[in-house]
Design a protein around this ligand. Sequence first.
Ligand code: C2E
Ligand code: MG
Ligand code: MG
Ligand code: MG
Length: 287
Amino acid sequence: GVKASGRNAIALFEPHMQVVASQRLQLETELRLALQQQQFILHYQAQIDARDQRIIGAEALLRWRHPEKGIITPGQFMPVLEDSGMILDVGHWVMREACRLVATLLDHKAIDPDHFSVSINISPRQFRQHDFVQQVAAAVTDQGIPAQCLKLEITESMMLQNITDTVAKMQQLRDMGIHFAIDDFGTGYSSLSYLKRLPVDLLKIDQSFIRDCTHDSNDAEIVRAIIAMARSLKLELIAEGVETREQLAFLQQQDCHAYQGYLFSPAVPEQAFLQQLGQTVKPAAKA
Ligand code: C2E
Ligand code: MG
Ligand code: MG
Ligand code: MG
């Protein structure tokens, strides 16, 4: 039999841990089914040039269209995709789907390929695959789109692991015309020297700094410092999570002209994004 103390320990900890483990297992099973049954979709959030309000790109954001629960955002399932390794298949699908969107937009003459790109989020595990470069190359050539229309968002933490391999892969992709953005910039540990070594084109200022930049002087200073740094390294900038006119005005004052955020639009389904493009691209801009 079980000792009294042992039984107490079980009574205290086991039921909870079992519930967590079985919920997680159930979620994992559901996610495998979701992948098979094509329940994953991409929503697109416009990236805006604040000077003329034109759409300069879009970020593809993963959504799970759950048969009963409706649309579910990544916060609720990304950790399971990552831990289970399913992120490799899902991430590959995201890449191909984003390239398909670009091909559709080009077919509709809805974009100017020299002034529009779709960004996708790359998880560290995905980037580390030995054939990652080939996957990206195939996704682009299968759809026959210009490589410059695809941007890969990576995070600072990814650059710190195995820097030599990271630089080599990024350089190969950069040579093909693929651009790179550092996502959530300012929340990690990247130093100026790392940034200089990497073939990065764009920094995305993390939304946590934007949120309070109009009433917290520390956040305002951080945003100013990131903007100054990007300028001296000749990197493009996008501010994430812009929700108010005040935040936008602050960014414009600091000479940061591109943004994403609810102020313009949240991420929307493909059809709605096509409508946004139609409303904001001036016909005169097209040949
Ligand atoms: P992220 O790449 O930093 O994406 C920005 C997140 O901020 C998105 O959340 C977006 O919906 C949200 N957002 C945009 N504008 C605003 C705003 O004005 N206010 C606020 N409060 N939020 C705003 P979402 O779609 O829930 O995605 C969360 C994270 O999940 C992403 O953060 C990204 O790290 C990850 N993720 C999303 N899609 C993918 C994917 O296809 N692959 C991978 N590996 N990760 C993904
Ligand atoms: Mg992102
Ligand atoms: Mg971000
Ligand atoms: Mg994030």
